[in-house]
Every structure is written in structure tokens, then in C-alpha cells.
Design a protein around this ligand. Structure first.
Ligand code: SAM
Length: 248
């Protein structure tokens, strides 16, 4: 009975339509997580979201080792989309790249775009692994939206087709110590934006010149100290979210 159901302790992202009475078939990994790891049983509650339909309370209808079924009962939260903010970052060491994706998803990026810059060390990334980190972060933080993690692209190729209407917050370590330049951009709140963070080696002079010539780019300082790239992502997203995003 619904009134006797325990509160949902587990949030799960599912690639499945959600609605009242909707039955959701679980794959092997999901069944292992819910029944093997979290020890849920038939009748227990689970919170579900699919990135477009808000959050739903569901009940375990069937629990098995290799699968199972959930039954969606009622919407518990409406869908909340992330602001139209992309994070462009140069991949660094594996654990720190994982951290960047996790934090960007928690902090409300709409899209996460690894880019290869002149001084990027990482030649490849595991897009599927990074996407799974973004899903886990959304599950943990109560978000109803999961940002897409795109394939690794060359920064120069991304800039070749940069959208005319998308502002770019270019975090340039060469500006460390100067005043941050996001002030005065309040009118752009609600418009498409992106943040760009460079690799451990920073940006090359060629890249810096190209970015400075891009009309959509806004060079920004992140304070007087040079931050590690993963710290810089969190600092830049905090700055942007509090000035122009959904923290206001
Ligand atoms: N090797 C570079 C140097 O010594 O100048 C530092 C690069 S930093 C570790 C990595 C990235 O974080 C930079 O490319 C930039 O995007 C961002 N960043 C770090 N500190 C910053 C600051 N104070 N202002 C603006 N961007 C910063």
C-alpha cells in the first residue's frame, strides 16, 4: 500500500518514458545496483528521473538478479532544465577529469565538452565513462537533468563553428590578479553561454590571440592565484552561476 511505503532512498536515472502507471524494465546493471547493492525488495520505493519528465516515485514491482520492474506512481518534482551553459575544458589526468565532469554536472552545466588544446596532454577520453559520471552526479545531487558529455574535439575546430549567439567566458590565467570581467554582463543572463578552462600548461599564444579576436569571447580572471584546472572549473562555474545563472 502506498501509504505504508518507505521513503525512496535511491534515485535512479532511466532512459525510459515516465508517467503515472508506467512500468519500467530494469537492465542487469540497474537490477544489481538496486537489489544487490542497495538491498531493495518488492514494494520498496525508488525515485526515478529520465532527464525530461521531472522526478517520479516508483515502486519495485519485481526484483530479480538479472532484471526487474518498477512501477511509476506519482511525480514528486517537476522537470528543471540546466541554464544554457556549456563547459569546455581540456582533459587532464583521469581522476581529475572525472572530478571536473562530476562537479560540472552537479553545478548545472547543460553540456560538457572536452576540448584538445595546444598544450593538452590527454589524447583521448572515455566518453562513455565520463557520461556515466555525469549520470551518477545527477542521481546524487537531486538534479532532474543530465548534461551530455560530447566527444573530444580540437578547440580550434570548435571555435571555427562557434555559434554567433553564444557568449564565451574565456578563463585566461594570463589575467590572474586583474579584476574579473563578468561584471556588466547582467543583460546576458538567460542567453547561451559557455565557459572555457585550459589544461595544466595553460593556453598557447596562438590560442590566446584567436580567443581575444572572437567577438563572443569575454576574457575573465579567476582571482590573483593560478588555480589548478579542476579548481578553476568549480570557481568559474560558481562565478557564472551566481552572476548569470540559476543561483540568482
Ligand atoms: N600553466 C599555467 C600557468 O602557469 O600560467 C596555468 C594553467 S591553469 C593550471 C589551468 C587553467 O585554469 C587555465 O588555462 C585557465 O583556464 C584556468 N585558470 C587558472 N587560474 C586562473 C586565473 N587566476 N584566472 C583565470 N583563469 C585561470
Amino acid at each position: 500500500m502506498l501509504a505504508l511505503m518507505k521513503d525512496a532512498k535511491v534515485r535512479l536515472f532511466v532512459e525510459h518514458p515516465l508517467g503515472q502507471g508506467q512500468s519500467v524494465a530494469l537492465n542487469r546493471a540497474q537490477a544489481h545496483y538496486l537489489f544487490g547493492v542497495m538491498r531493495l525488495a518488492e514494494g520498496d520505493a525508488v525515485s526515478l528521473f529520465n532527464g525530461v519528465a521531472g522526478e517520479w516515485r516508483a515502486r519495485v514491482a519485481e526484483a530479480g538478479k538479472r532484471g526487474g520492474t518498477l512501477l511509476a506512481e506519482a511525480q514528486t518534482r517537476v522537470q528543471q532544465m540546466a541554464p544554457d551553459l556549456w563547459l569546455l575544458f581540456a582533459p587532464i589526468k583521469k581522476a581529475r577529469t572525472d572530478f571536473i565532469v562530476e562537479k560540472a554536472a552537479e553545478m548545472g552545466a547543460a553540456r560538457i565538452c572536452p576540448v584538445q588544446t595546444d598544450f593538452t596532454n590527454a589524447e583521448r577520453i572515455r566518453q562513455d565513462r565520463l557520461q556515466a559520471h555525469a549520470v551518477e552526479a545527477a542521481e546524487q545531487c537531486g538534479g532532474t537533468f543530465v548534461p551530455e558529455v560530447t566527444a573530444l574535439q580540437k578547440l580550434s575546430a570548435v571555435l571555427d563553428v562557434w555559434p554567433a549567439d553564444r557568449h564565451l567566458m574565456f578563463c585566461d590565467e594570463a589575467l590572474a590578479g586583474l579584476a574579473s570581467a563578468l561584471d556588466g554582463r547582467a543583460a546576458t543572463a538567460g542567453q547561451p553561454w559557455a565557459i572555457l578552462i585550459g589544461p595544466e600548461g595553460g593556453f598557447s599564444e596562438t590560442e590566446r590571440a584567436r580567443l581575444q579576436a572572437l567577438p563572443q569571447a569575454q576574457p575573465v580572471s579567476l582571482g590573483p592565484r593560478i588555480l589548478r584546472a579542476d579548481t578553476a572549473v568549480v570557481a568559474a562555474m560558481t562565478l557564472w552561476q551566481s552572476a548569470l545563472g540559476d543561483w540568482q
